[in-house]
Design a protein around this ligand. Structure first.
Ligand code: BTN
Length: 233
């Protein structure tokens, strides 16, 4: 389904697709050996040395009303791909993938508009494959190699894309309900007390579950709260 482009080095695969979106078709995937200005969520830097898998998927119109759920579909697809190596990945809401509580993958989605006209969604994925030094990550992190898996970035990419395109049409048509079971099965925080941060706002509460829309349901001191966006600390 994808048209695959490979680059030795690029600033960011997300930025590349944003810049070249007009001449590229829907479902183009670009991956790079290295990124010199890899970007993470909340304007963080995504350090991208050799050995990691860095790719972005270009999704062109029509506009998909289930946009926030695309990253959740990608997280499920990454889990399914890692399960092929007999690992047991879990999802940290909304879309980080972890192995034994250590981050192995992150996703950055960006919607591009020209004035108010929707142009594209770019889904950028970083997966730690063959790196062994992850000190810079600033949180517990691991890679496939550190988890004892010997593989290539291309094999991982192919597996992830296989699962992603398999479930993409249903998600576009019916939304999160099509991946609800697959997502919640891998969601590890049920019943845990967590802190969610979005900008300056911090909310503390106990995780009650995931809603049919993919939002996070928390029981807080002020009552039940539905969280649409944020970073679980
Ligand atoms: C996060 O966990 O903060 C999201 C990290 C997303 C990193 C990927 S690597 C490929 C793509 N290009 C980027 O600049 N960022 C994403």
């Amino acid at each position: 389904m994808s048209r695959l482009l490979h680059l030795d080095e690029v600033d960011s695969t997300n930025t590349y697709l944003k810049t070249h979106r007009a001449e590229l078709s829907h479902a183009t995937v670009v991956y790079a050996d290295k990124q010199t200005a890899g970007r993470g969520r909340y304007d963080r830097t995504w350090v991208s040395q050799a050995g990691g898998l860095y790719f972005s998927v270009l999704l062109k119109p029509p506009y998909n009303p289930f946009l926030p759920n695309l990253t959740q579909l990608m997280a499920v697809s990454i889990c399914k791909a890692l399960e092929q190596f007999s690992l047991t990945p879990t999802i940290k809401w909304p879309n980080d993938v972890q192995i034994n509580g250590q981050k192995i993958s992150g996703i950055l989605s960006e919607a591009v508009f020209d004035k108010t006209v929707f142009q594209a969604v770019i889904l950028g994925v970083g997966i730690n494959v063959n790196q062994t030094d992850l000190e810079h990550v600033g949180q517990p992190a691991t890679s496939l190699k550190l988890a004892g898996v010997q593989t290539t970035r291309e094999t991982v990419l192919e597996n992830v894309l296989h699962f992603f395109w398999q479930d993409y049409p249903a998600l576009c048509e019916k939304g999160f309900e099509t991946i609800f079971a697959a997502y919640t099965k891998r969601f590890a925080a049920l019943g845990k007390e967590i802190t969610v941060k979005d900008g300056d706002k911090t909310i503390f509460g106990r995780v009650e579950g995931i809603s049919p829309r993919g939002t996070l349901l928390l029981q807080t001191a002020q009552g039940p709260k539905e969280i649409y966006i944020g970073d679980v600390l």
